[in-house]
Write a protein that binds this ligand. Sequence first.
Ligand SMILES: Nc1ncnc2c1ncn2[C@@H]1O[C@H](COP(=O)(O)OP(=O)(O)OP(=O)(O)O)[C@@H](O)[C@H]1O
Length: 252
Amino acid sequence: MRIASLSFRYGRRDPWILSDAGLVLDAGDVVEVTGPNGTGKSTLLRLVAGLLRPVRGSVEDRPRVVGYAPERFPADQPFTVSSYLRHMAAVRRVSTDAIGRWSERLGMDHLLGQRLPDLSKGSAHKVGLAQALLAEPGLLVLDEPFAGLDAATRAELPRIIEDVSARGGIVVVSDHQGDLRAFPGLRRCEVRDRVVRELEPVAEAGETALTVLEVAVDPSRASDLADRLRAEGCTVHITGRITARVTREAAG
Ligand SMILES: Nc1ncnc2c1ncn2[C@@H]1O[C@H](COP(=O)(O)OP(=O)(O)OP(=O)(O)O)[C@@H](O)[C@H]1O
C-alpha cells in the first residue's frame, strides 16, 4: 500500500493538516503513529482507512478489507451490542460466529445484551475494536486503541495485532501512550507541522540503542578520557590518529 504526495485540509478555507505525505506500507507492517495533540494523527488514520479522501495525492493498493476503530466509538445508537455486531457482520458478509470469538477474546461476553448508550467509555471502545476485527482485515486502523481498556484487554491487544500482521495484514495504530513500543519490528511515524516523518525503530528487547560520537583529542589525554567515559558507562574504542590543524584558542 502506497501513500503518495498526500495533502489534506478539511475545507477550502481551512489550514492544511498534512502536506505532501508519503509512506509505503508492506504486508505485515505494524506502524505506530505519534505526534503532539491536534497535529493530524486521527486525520492521517482516516485517510489511510479510506474514510477521508486526499485533497491532493493518493492512497494506492489499499487492502480490500479494512477494519477501522475510531478514538471514540459512537455509542448513541439504539441497539444492543449483540444486535449491532450482528448487523456489522451481515454488512461485512461474515459469519456471526466471529462475534462470539471476538467478544470472548476482548473480554466482552457480558456486554452483548447491553444497549450501546448504556456502555461505559471503555466498554464502548471494545465494541469499536470488535467491529473492526470481525472481517479479518487486510488493513487494520486503530485510533488510540489502548485508551480506557482494562488491563487484560490491554495485554491481549498486542497479541491480536501480531496475529493480524502474521497473516499479512497491515496495522496502523495511533498510540500516544506508547503501549506498542516493545512490539517486535514496530515501524514508527510522527505527524508534526503537517509532515509525516518515519522515526528510528525502537531497539528490540535485549538490545540498547547507542549513539556513536566521534571525538578527537590530544594523544596525551586519550587514555585518561577513555577511562573517564568508561567509568560513566560508555563503550569506548581508541581507533587511531588523525592530524588536524588546530587554532591556538581551540587547542587550549
Ligand atoms: N471534521 C473536522 N473538520 C474540521 N477540522 C477538523 C476536523 N477534524 C479535525 N479537525 C482539525 O484537524 C486538526 C487535526 O486533528 P486530528 O484529530 O487529526 O489531530 P490528532 O493529532 O489526532 O489530535 P489528538 O492528539 O488530540 O487526538 C485539528 O486542528 C482539528 O481541529
